[in-house]
Design a protein around this ligand. Sequence first.
Ligand SMILES: Cc1cc2nc3c(=O)[nH]c(=O)nc-3n(C[C@H](O)[C@H](O)[C@H](O)COP(=O)(O)OP(=O)(O)OC[C@H]3O[C@@H](n4cnc5c(N)ncnc54)[C@H](O)[C@@H]3O)c2cc1C
Length: 434
Amino acid sequence: MAIERGQPMQHPDSHWRASAPPLPDCPPLQGAAQAEVAIIGAGYAGLNAALELAEAHGIAATVLEAAQPGWGASGRNGGFCCLGGAMIEGDQIARRHGARAAADWDGYERAAIERVRDNLARYAIDADAGPEGEVKLAHSPRALAALRAEAGAECTLLGPGDLAGWGLGGRFHGGVFTPLGFPLHPMKYARGLAQAAMRAGVRLHGDSAVTGLQRDGAGWRVITAQGSVQARRVLWTTNAYSPEALLGWLKGRILPVNSAILVTRPLSEAERVAQGWTSQLMAYDSRRVLHYFRLLPCGRFLFGGRGSASARPAAHEAFQSVLRADFDALFPAWKGVETERYWSGQVCLTGSMLPWVGAVPGQAGLFVALGWHGNGVAAASEGGRRIAPALAGGQSTAPPLLARQPGRVVPPLIRPLALHAGLTLARLIDGPLR
Ligand SMILES: Cc1cc2nc3c(=O)[nH]c(=O)nc-3n(C[C@H](O)[C@H](O)[C@H](O)COP(=O)(O)OP(=O)(O)OC[C@H]3O[C@@H](n4cnc5c(N)ncnc54)[C@H](O)[C@@H]3O)c2cc1C
C-alpha cells in the first residue's frame, strides 16, 4: 500500500521501536531547494545510496522520507542479514539468463552481507549482531531430501537426530546450515545509518512524502506538501511502499505482500530448555509459505511469516491468530507463552522475480533500487551502494541482470484476491502444520 493511500505514519508498536535508541525527528522539507541528487525513501537502500554519494563522490544528497527514517520495512523486519533478494534460485537464473548472470548474482548476495558488516563497523553501529550462519529446517521428510539435494559444498546437513544438539528443537525433520549471514536489530541498523548519513552532510527530511514529480529542464522537480527539490538526478527507493499511481513506469510491475511478526515475552532458561530451542541462529522452514524465527539476545522469541492477503488494519488484526496458531504448532512447549508484540509490514516482489537496480527507461536522470523479495537487509544495502555511481553521473556497478525493468505482474485492483488465492494454494501444497 503506497503512502498516499493513507498509511498511518506512526511506526507500529514493534519490539524494535521499543528497544532502539530514539532518532531525533528529521524536519520536513520546506520551501524550494536544489540538490545534485534527490533520494526518495529513507530505508536501507536510500540511506546507503546517500552515504556512498557523500563518501565516494563528494555529493550531499537530499533524502525525502514520508515518515521518519526506518519507518518502512527497514525498521520492521526480522533482522536476518542473509543471502537472498530474488524470488528465483541461482540455477533458475542460470537457465533463464546464463551462467555469468547467476555468478554475478551470487557475488552480489555475498558482498551484500559483507556490506552490512562493514557498515556496522565503519559507523560504530551497535545493532546486537548475533551468531554467524542460518538454518533452513525441513517441514517434512520429503522436504529434507530436497534440502540435501540442493545444499552447497559449504553447507552442513543436519539429520533429525542432530537438531537437539544444535539447540533447534521444534517440529522439524532436519535441516541445512549455511555459514553465511548474521542476525541484527533492524531498527538500530536503520537509525545508525541515518545518523551516519547526517554526519556525512546528507540532508535528511522526514514527514516529506513526495506527491509530485515533474520534468524541470535537464533534471527533475520533486514535490512535497511544503516544498520542492530541483535535482539533476532522482533515485526512488520506496520499495513496497512505492506510490505507483505517481510512477507510471512502475505501476503494476511490483507486488507488495504483507509479512507479519510476533515476539513473545522473555523466555526463562527452563522454558527454552523445555522446547529444546536455545540457539540464536537465524532459522526458517522449507514451506512455500515460510516461517522465519530466532531467539533474540534479550530472551524473547521472534516468529514471522507471510501476513494477511490484504493490508487493511482489520485483516492484519485477524491474521494474528493464524500466525500464533502456526507458532503454537511448531513450538508446542511454548503454547502458554504470551505474545508481547505483533506487527506487520510490506515486502516487494517484482514481475521479473529479481530486484530492479538501474535507470528508468525513457526517463533520463531517474533511477530505482527496489524489489528485494522479503530479503533486503543485505540486498537493499548493497543496491543503494551500487546505484550511487550512476547518480553521480557514472555507471551503476550493479549486475546487468538487475538493470532490467521488470515486466508487469498482478494489477493493483485484483491484488488481494490474487494473493489470497496464491497463499491458499501454497498452504494446501505445504500441508497441515497441526
Ligand atoms: C515483517 C517483515 C520482515 C522482514 N524480514 C526480513 C529479514 O529478516 N531479512 C531481510 O533481509 N529482509 C526482511 N524483510 C525485507 C526488508 O525489510 C526490506 O527488503 C528492506 O527493508 C527494504 O529496504 P528499502 O530501503 O528498499 O525499503 P523500506 O525500508 O521499505 O523504505 C522505503 C521508504 O520509502 C518511504 N516512502 C514511500 N513512499 C514515499 C513517498 N511518496 N515519499 C517519500 N517517502 C516515501 C517509506 O516511508 C519507507 O520508509 C522483511 C520485511 C518485512 C515487512
